[in-house]
Write a protein that binds this ligand. Structure first.
Ligand code: NAX
Ligand code: K
Length: 254
């Protein structure tokens, strides 16, 4: 199912970051759908694609989840929880301190802490940053939930360190929404940028994804429950993308 190519990217409206923010605003403020609900769908979709790309089961598989301060990070923490529940050995690496996390992301952090999923702040790990930490050698998969559509400029500090570590590890990477380091609006590839094997983007593709298939990898589109009325209100004509399944593959022009 997930391997179908029901839609070519040019058949689907691609959104600017500003339009995506407007989708969020209408959903939350006008329709009363809380962010945490969309975040749950986002993270669950990321976990589903991870399981599928690992052959259908994650039992005993070592998965590293890279998490930033924003809602992209929150989605990564949701995915970490579902993969843990499905039997994976999940390690979460944060690029920043708990107090810097956005409120909804802190909530997800506390849930994982209560469950007992290993949570590492990047500078807890004394390993020199230029050598992959031991887990990287064992990892079957890395999930990139460091930066989403609110990236501004070159990734800084531990974000940059984790991006370099992930790329250097040669472990397959699945990015949430956009590969961290790629500008969701104009496709600028900042330095460093995650080189994803796959990207699970949310609701509709962001414009920047069209320009750079080589860092995006295989592109999946995940249903996070956006009502068609939201797009109508924005003057967007969106086909019924998720009529058969909650996640669809999107193909780039050959
Ligand atoms: N409708 C949607 O599209 C939804 C989107 N969600 C997620 O929310 C994300 C956007 O969330 P946010 O607005 O919190 O932003 P992000 O999660 O994209 O990250 C912003 C954070 O990263 C930091 N940052 C930005 N540029 C940086 C740089 N160059 N170096 C280091 N740190 C940097 C900022 O300080 C900020 O804390 C989307 O990408 C998506 O993953 C979902 O949670 C909910 C619904
Ligand atoms: K990301």
């Amino acid at each position: 199912m997930l391997t179908d190519f029901p839609f070519a990217i040019e058949e689907i409206p691609t959104l600017s970051v500003e339009q995506m923010r407007e989708v969020d605003r209408i959903m939350i403020e006008d329709l009363g759908i809380p962010l945490i609900q969309m975040m749950e769908h986002a993270g669950r979709a990321l976990a589903d694609v991870a399981r599928r790309r690992l052959g259908g089961s994650v039992v005993g598989k070592h998965i590293i989840v890279l998490v930033g301060a924003g809602h992209n990070g929150g989605g990564g923490l949701v995915a970490a929880r579902h993969l843990h529940n499905w039997g994976a050995e999940v390690h979460v690496l944060f690029a920043t301190a708990f107090k810097r996390l956005k409120e909804e992301t802190q909530r997800q952090y506390r849930i994982l802490e209560a469950i007992g999923v290993p949570l590492w702040h990047f500078d807890d790990i004394s390993t020199p940053i230029d050598k992959p930490t031991p887990q990287w050698g064992r990892a079957a998969l890395v999930l990139d939930a460091l930066l989403g559509y609110n990236l501004h400029g070159d990734p800084r500090g531990f974000y940059a360190d984790l991006i370099r570590l992930a790329n250097a590890s040669r472990t397959p990477i699945i990015s949430l929404d956009v590969p961290s380091g790629l500008d969701a609006n104009d496709g600028t590839i900042y330095s460093p940028c995650i080189e994803a094997d796959a990207t699970v983007t949310l609701a509709l593709p962001k414009r920047g994804l069209r320009e750079s298939p080589f860092v995006v990898g295989d592109l999946y589109l995940a249903d996070i429950g956006i009502a068609p009325e939201v797009y109508k209100r924005m003057g967007l004509d969106v086909p019924p993308l998720f009529q058969h399944q909650p996640i669809v593959r999107v193909r780039y022009p050959t």
